[in-house]
Design a protein around this ligand. Sequence first.
Ligand code: PLP
Length: 400
Amino acid sequence: MAFLSDTLARVKPSATIAVTTKAAELKAAGRDVIGLGAGEPDFDTPENIREAAKRAIDSGKTRYTAVDGIPELKKAICAKFLRENGLTYQPNQITVGTGGKQILYNALMATCNPGDEVIIPAPYWVSYPDMVLLAGGTPVPVVGTLENRFKITAEQLEAAITPRTKWFIFNSPSNPTGAGYNRAELKALTDVLMRHPQVWIMSDDMYEHLVFDDFEFVTPAQVEPGLYDRTLTCNGVSKAFAMTGWRIGYAGGPVALIKAMGTIQSQSTSNPCSVSQYAALEGLTGPQEFLATNKAVFQRRRDLVVSMLNACPGITCPTPEGAFYVYPDIAGCIGKTSAGGARITDDEAFATALLEETGVAVVFGAAFGLSPNFRVSYATSDAVLAEACTRIRSFCEGLR
Ligand code: PLP
């Protein structure tokens, strides 16, 4: 009898976490490493949020709470959905979990049966396909190409839907490309979904507040109210409020689904951290200026990184609408040999040689379902980004 479960054999560890770990190891060994792998803001959690957490501790908010969130936070989430997304949810339509990741996982665990298909636009966040596999479903990637700025079309979505399609996972702005769907682009997708009542929509709006220039963030149930009854609108405080370590995510959706997700949570993690829930409450109800300040910083960094990467021979880097990632195409580098003698056969070989020869850690595109590319997380200082891009440029210039 095997000790490890068959379920485990279906999934792999997160590639982004693997790169971050490798970079940390090299750094610990004394190498000059610049990590552009981690997907988290480099800012501290705002002071008002930290203070709210301290108050929660000092006033004894340190016990178990209701499994899927304290009532005050659920109320604040309802207000947020109405204020920012024009969506009306009642508190019994809200669930709070240990990060956005757990919310998505709960939803998939609560709904996937063997044979159920889940459409995932690629390039995708590394966890989607593996979470679907863990839940017993079948991931169906649909690839958004460089030519379409990494977005999928209505025709592609239509062609991927079958009678077994249970979910369509939508993520805009996207990790790893930063691509955002505008209202017309999203409406084209929701028009398709309106024709297929068996398909539910899981909208992962984690990067809602990180959109640049005059891009307007929209979410499916807002663009097509006809989908409200089969949409789970997911969000969280990790990226918007620089709260990755606090682990609070949330969603709004139909009561039966929210209840089912609560059952999964009640038998796995119980309530999310009580102190973090009070911190998130302050994030959602306190001053919001932090969001605009952050956004301006990220936009400046995006512009810096895009212009510097486009100056590298063999690299094409589209300008994304949001998040804090760029996803350059490296077709012009494949088949060459680096100054250090490495054959660049694919994007994994590129990322490995780049790390070994220059100390810059990026995540290779194959991990996200579209090659040859790599992902840069630009959630670090301008000076570090400029140095990293200079190293990437000299690496590319050295390719023969
Ligand atoms: N969704 C996307 C697209 C992400 O990039 C991440 C984190 O990287 C998450 C969800 C999960 O965020 P958290 O679990 O920290 O709330």
